[in-house]
Design a protein around this ligand. Structure first.
Ligand SMILES: [Zn+2]
Length: 337
């Protein structure tokens, strides 16, 4: 009599596996199984091992909780199990076999299949009290910031005299919403106001928006200002006209961005005595340099040194503290070019 008998057959190469454990093992002792494996098991296998049981649980756990992408998961497994030149072993699942259960698990966690209904449900869940403010369905926008975010901002603005907040919009975070079978929403961007507190990035306010015009951004900024927070002294943004205009209207005393520019010009260049703007609008260095690198003449230039000279020379303008310095740099550059 044997205690355990295991017989297995590989469906790919038909090789046979037999294993036996003779006697009942003692508790907590190591168990040794006598095993034999016959057949052509070294040939290429096409079938994958099915993802089931505890292994499936472990895989799903890694993908859901650690937010690992299926392709990253496969790469990590391969790094452990394979050496260079090895065929992919059967226990590493296909990407499809990982994507489908991950997608199913994500869908089952959703509050509603319609993202806008889900957002409305989220608004009244205990998990996010007073965080989601206005929700508009078509053209979509959602304003959100929590009480804690407001509190941190208020506390910081009490301590610091000059508050700097950077604004930016990113696409690609949110998928377009299906309006019906054929019609989808426009691209939805995530707008954020971010500041640095004790060398940590802190998000002050956020908005998801399908519209990217001055009016929509202004409404968002003004809604936030209504929460009884102090205005900012410096705002940094990219060179999007809508964003710069909305920031001017909300945080400075001027009605339009053109007016703000005129005032700045007359203070800096014409040296006129004017009331200073209540908030300075600055362009983000990265966006500024990127914009110069996209100038047609710079982009198409065959000479690396010409590109470098123009990009770095224009970059120097950022460091200027008076118009005289800027004029000198520009003059020098035009002389060389
Ligand atoms: Zn086999």
């Amino acid at each position: 009599m044997t205690f355990v008998n295991v017989n297995g057959k590989c469906s790919d190469c038909h090789s046979m596996f037999y294993g036996t454990i003779d006697a009942v093992p003692a508790t907590n002792a190591r168990v040794i199984m006598k095993s034999s494996f016959h057949g052509d098991f070294r040939k290429m296998h096409n079938h994958k091992r099915r993802l089931i049981g505890s292994r499936k649980e472990r895989v799903m756990n890694t993908m859901m909780n650690k937010k690992t992408d299926p392709s990253v998961f496969v790469r990590e497994e391969a790094a452990v199990l394979m050496r260079e030149g090895d065929a992919v072993p059967a226990q590493i699942p296909n990407l499809g076999a990982l994507r489908v259960p991950k997608h199913r698990a994500l869908v089952s966690n959703r509050l509603h299949s319609d993202p806008m209904v889900a957002v409305r449900k989220m608004k009244y869940l205990g998990e996010f009290p007073n965080t989601i403010h206005d929700i508009v369905y078509d053209k979509t926008f959602v304003h959100f910031w929590s009480n804690l975010q407001l509190q941190i901002y208020k506390e910081y603005s009490r301590k610091e005299r000059i508050i700097t907040v950077s604004f930016d919009a990113t696409g690609g975070c949110v998928r377009k919403i299906k309006r019906n079978e054929n019609i989808r929403s426009g691209p939805i961007f995530l707008y954020e106001g971010v500041m640095s507190i004790d060398q940590h990035t802190f998000t002050v306010m956020s908005m998801l928006s399908e519209r990217h015009d001055k009016l929509s951004i202004s409404i968002w900024l003004n809604r936030w200002l209504r929460c009884g927070v102090k205005s900012k002294k410096i705002v940094i943004c990219d060179q999007s006209l809508a964003l710069m205009s909305a920031l001017t209207q909300t945080f400075t005393q001027y009605k339009s961005f053109e007016q703000y520019l005129q005032v700045c010009f007359s203070i800096v260049v014409l040296k006129k005595e004017e009331e200073l703007p209540t908030c300075f609008i600055r362009n983000d260095v990265n966006h500024f340099v990127h914009l110069i690198s996209q100038w047609k003449e710079v982009k198409d230039s065959k000479f690396v040194r010409t590109k470098e000279l123009i990009i770095r020379g224009m970059g120097l303008l950022i460091l200027c503290t008076c118009i005289y310095e800027a004029e000198q740099i520009l003059e020098a550059m035009f002389t060389i070019i």
